[in-house]
Write a protein that binds this ligand. Structure first.
Ligand SMILES: C[S@@+](CC[C@H](N)C(=O)[O-])C[C@H]1O[C@@H](n2cnc3c(N)ncnc32)[C@H](O)[C@@H]1O
Length: 270
């Protein structure tokens, strides 16, 4: 049974507005093959550029962080896919022989947990939120936020839940969340994004109070407060992507976010 801590009206508003935005972006498909091909190919052709980036991040994660964990564990891993969306990563991890669980508050048939039915292998999905994880203490090997941690409204609260559920040698992984050098650049991105939603859809999509970005000082503070030793791993997204900071500088714009994979282990109990 789903448990909830979020304010119920805020949650309803978020889910209704999120569904409108994702639908307008052309997410999802009636074709099961669309889901099975993710993240390698976007058979709908509607968000191909974005899926190409997501695929590079995921491939890099598989070849570096995941392979490293697999070498040490030598058994199927219990992996939590937090904010799993349509469950494509849960499917990839299942195909690799692990025991993943897709967790999300969005149960939409095309873009949320409802889409789990499209995959060939049966997948485990749980409708729950980041801050109330329905798992026993120390019961998970790996917790992954793939393009989702920045939806949290309080990283400390969210990551404390993850720390409780992970085994003492468990691993926390963050993929495809935007990281800024300085918080002020993240704040500017958030203001721009909300203004853009307002002009396109007539709402700002801010009901959950999501932080929406990570920044270096916040990462350092979280590391100290929660006892996380971070490791970074940098996927290569091509020259066009690599030159974004220079283009922004010449155009007099704020620095763009960077994307890298963060993997962390918690050092001891609180
Ligand atoms: C951008 S999508 C990413 C989906 C998927 N991980 C992927 O890589 O394509 C972010 C997901 O996080 C979910 N989400 C946001 N806040 C959440 C929360 N507090 N608890 C659980 N899921 C949440 C959203 O419903 C959404 O499905």
């Amino acid at each position: 049974m789903p448990v909830t801590q979020m304010d119920a009206p805020a949650r309803r508003t978020f889910l209704a507005q999120y569904a409108i935005i994702r639908h307008a972006e052309g997410r999802g498909s009636n074709d099961p093959e669309y889901y099975r091909a993710l993240p390698w190919r976007d058979l709908s052709g509607k968000n191909s550029g974005q899926w190409a980036i997501r695929a590079r991040s995921y491939r890099h994660f598989e070849r570096t962080v995941l392979r490293d964990i697999e070498r040490t564990a030598r058994r199927p891993l219990r992996i939590l896919d937090l904010g799993a969306g349509n469950g494509w990563m849960t499917n990839q991890l299942r195909q690799r022989g692990h025991r993943p669980i897709a967790l999300d508050i969005f149960t939409d048939e095309r873009d949320g947990l409802g889409a789990l039915r499209h995959y060939v292998l049966p997948l485990n999905g749980i409708a729950a939120e980041f801050d109330v994880l329905p798992f026993r203490d120390g019961s998970l090997d790996v917790a992954i936020f793939n393009s989702s941690l920045h939806y949290s409204s309080d990283y400390r609260r969210t990551l404390l839940q993850v720390r409780r559920c992970l085994r003492p040698d468990g691993r926390l992984v963050i993929i495809d969340s935007p990281v800024y050098t300085a918080a002020e650049h993240g704040e500017r991105m958030r203001a721009e994004r909300r203004a853009q939603f307002e002009s396109t859809y007539g709402f700002r999509s801010d009901s959950l109070g999501s932080v929406e970005y990570l920044d270096e000082p916040a990462l350092a503070a979280i590391s100290i407060e929660l006892g996380i030793a971070w490791k970074r791993s940098y996927p290569w997204y091509g020259w066009r992507w690599a030159l974004r900071p220079w283009r922004a500088r010449f155009a007099g714009q704020r620095p763009p976010s960077r994307f890298f994979i963060l993997s962390g282990q918690f050092r001891g109990a609180p």
